[in-house]
Ligand binder design. Structure first.
Ligand SMILES: [Zn+2]
Ligand SMILES: [Zn+2]
Length: 381
């Protein structure tokens, strides 16, 4: 690595609700064993970032926000391996898990690293003496041991892959836990980033029929483009599933009325994944006898495993809907215009708002897909 490559990292440090971002130079970290320094190529802001910025979700401060990104490895602390076992080398383009996992606690050992007792989540921790580049709204991200790294093909546009370690991998987890497969009749509730991804992924897994439900007409039109065989507003969902009920219901909106609908429309031997309900919501009711007779299953899905992330990258690399995914992400704004980017997320201009890390005069990198502004009237999910 040349001296010009060893540029001083810049991070957008955030001091809490009501304050802006302070773009400040940071020390380039001396990497410990198992650590990785990634040069961030593109980051995307999602609804979770917005919740934090709005003060609805408290995190320790000051912090570097952002958890979605794609980047290129600049340095490693000793030998570090990708999820597939290959070594990580400088120049490897990567996506990484939003959280670390220790690999030894009860949650990790039982295959749910999302529940790791010592999890550290990028974009959700305060900056410390040596771990300051711990969010993706920075030119570099300092990855700790226990982070799952997945190689990203150069052919995959940055705007397509950046949300993979949030939306796509979470959908993969939900689809895995509900075993969506050939012949299934699937209902997807909520057609933001996760819902549209779920429609395309369920189709790829062989789902025979995918009903996409959203109150917003533009989102319903998008769902059709992503492969839904039928779309409907929430008020008409039961009409679309009355005869047999759904084999799988993926609830991605978090609206408690939608959760109620999910439990109401699942059919015999059906599976329900609750994904969207991340914050406190009102209670819902169900008839236990119906669930017993129908052998129904309900699973909660929060985050994902490193293997789910690898599958998410694979899916994005092979999906014929790649251009549609690209169009869900805004034209990238520079890190210096973060306040503008946050305002764009707030206005719901696109399911994802992108932030690039190019310095002044730096050449524009990967080719972009079709123009942004797929359109969405509600908050992104
Ligand atoms: Zn996210
Ligand atoms: Zn653990």
């Amino acid at each position: 690595m040349t001296d010009s490559d060893r540029e001083t990292p810049l991070a957008a440090v955030w001091f809490g609700p009501g304050s802006g971002f302070d773009l400040s130079p940071q020390h380039r970290p001396e990497l410990g064993p198992g650590e990785v320094l990634v040069r961030v190529e593109l980051a995307t802001l999602c609804g979770r970032d917005l919740h934090i910025i709005a003060g609805h979700r408290r995190i320790p401060l000051p912090a570097v926000l952002g958890h979605e990104a794609v980047g290129v490895v600049e340095e490693t602390g000793g030998t570090v391996r990708l999820v597939d076992g290959r070594p990580v080398t400088p120049g490897t383009r990567v996506s990484w898990t939003v959280g670390t996992s220790c690999g030894t606690c009860r949650g990790c050992v039982r295959g749910v690293p999302q529940q790791c007792e010592s999890v550290l989540t990028y974009g959700h921790e305060s900056i410390t003496g040596r771990w300051r580049l711990n969010g993706t709204l920075a030119t570099h991200c300092h990855l700790l041991p226990g982070t799952g790294l997945v190689a990203v093909p150069d052919s995959l546009p940055a705007e397509v892959v950046s949300p993979a370690n949030c939306a796509t991998a979470t959908v993969v987890c939900a689809v895995r836990r509900t075993a969506v497969g050939p012949g299934d009749r699937v209902v997807v509730i909520g057609c933001g980033m996760l819902g549209l991804t779920a429609v395309a992924y369920a189709r790829e897994r062989g789902a025979e029929h995918v009903v996409a439900c959203d109150k917003d007409e533009k989102r319903r039109r998008l769902a059709l483009a992503f492969g839904a065989s039928a779309v409907c507003p929430p008020s008409e969902l039961s009409r679309f599933t009355t005869r047999h009920g759904a084999d799988v219901v993926l609830e991605l909106s978090g609206d408690s009325r939608a959760v109620q609908s999910a439990l109401d429309v699942v059919g015999p031997a059906g599976r329900v994944a609750l994904v969207g309900s991340m914050s406190f919501g009102r209670r819902v009711s169900f008839r236990p006898d119906t669930f017993v007779r129908n052998l129904s299953q309900v699973v909660g899905c929060h985050s994902y495993t490193a293997t789910d992330l690898a599958e998410a990258i694979g899916f994005l690399a092979r999906t014929p809907a790649r251009d549609l995914f690209a169009a869900l992400v805004s034209q990238p704004l520079p890190l210096t215009a973060l306040d503008v980017a946050v305002a764009a997320v707030r206005r719901g201009l696109a399911p994802r708002t992108a932030v690039h890390m190019r310095r002044l005069g730096e050449r524009v990198g990967a080719a972009r897909g079709p123009a942004a502004s797929a359109g969405s009237s509600g908050p992104p999910v």
